[in-house]
Design a protein around this ligand. Structure first.
Ligand code: PGA
Length: 252
């Protein structure tokens, strides 16, 4: 059975003080987190170190929201996989739709970043998802398949298994509009079939697929109970400790 992964994507929110305050409020509850659920928080770069230090000895992992694919060099403003690895970062979100929309992230760089993360043993969470227009045109599956195929290009079998896929329909992100649990599960199952086509059924059954897009304490239960959904990538609701905890509790 695949375990559940609940990840909080804080986006560009929380300075160091606010970050510490937020983790403080759910740190003590982490004793109740069991092996069936992995809890992850992804603060902005500036808070990563402080949050990591604050979470030492607790059952909560930390991840970054992005990274460059090169080890080092003249890339002003970028952060490399080695820098993250040396800080103890275990996960990294790659290809979030906001990066694709505002920062020129394209399938090619997503693929390079996935390879770089895997090289340094950082687990990548790769985001895919269609726009509202694409869904209305009925090309949501084609769109997502294309993103998956390009993201996984030339990634070998054993490495592919380690990748987490987050299905995040763009029309559901930060809009308060969630995909129905059926829509979310259908796409997760479809993503699994795409992975099976590229690799095999074993890889497809191993890979964790999250849903993301306006997940909160009220809708998490239904979403997380779907067969092909192995967790959630949570934005807004991860900024409130009680909401985030509710979601985690449904995952257990
Ligand atoms: P949201 O964000 O939960 O605020 O919709 C999800 C995401 O962007 O990962």
């Amino acid at each position: 059975m695949r375990e559940k992964l609940i990840a909080g994507n804080w986006k560009m929110n929380n300075d160091i003080e606010e970050s510490l305050k937020l983790v403080e409020s759910f740190k003590s509850m982490s004793k109740d987190f069991d092996d069936r659920v992995t809890v992850l928080v992804c603060p902005p770069f500036t808070s990563l170190f402080s949050v990591k230090e604050a979470l030492k000895g607790y059952n909560i992992k930390i991840g970054a929201q992005n990274m460059h694919y090169e080890d080092k060099g003249a890339y002003t403003g970028e952060v490399s996989p080695i820098m993250l690895k040396n800080m103890g970062v275990e996960y990294v979100i790659i290809g979030h739709s906001e990066r694709r929309q505002y920062f020129n992230e394209v399938d090619e760089s997503v693929n390079k970043k996935l390879k770089a993360a895997l090289e340094y043993d950082i687990i990548p969470i790769v985001c895919v998802g269609e726009t509202l227009v694409q869904r209305e045109q009925g090309i949501e599956k084609e769109t997502v398949k294309n993103q998956i195929v390009k993201a996984f290009e030339n990634i070998e079998h054993n490495n592919a298994k380690k990748i987490v896929v987050a299905y995040e329909p763009i029309w559901a992100i930060g809009t308060g509009k969630t995909a129905t649990s059926k829509e979310a599960n259908d796409m997760a199952a479809y993503i699994r079939s795409c992975i099976a086509e590229i690799y095999d059924n074993q890889v497809a059954q191993t890979i964790a697929i999250q849903y993301g897009g306006s997940v909160n304490g009220n809708n998490a239960n239904e979403i997380l109970n779907q067969e092909d959904i192995d967790g959630a990538l949570v934005g807004g609701a991860s900024l409130k400790a009680d909401e985030f905890l509710k979601i985690i509790n449904y995952a257990k």
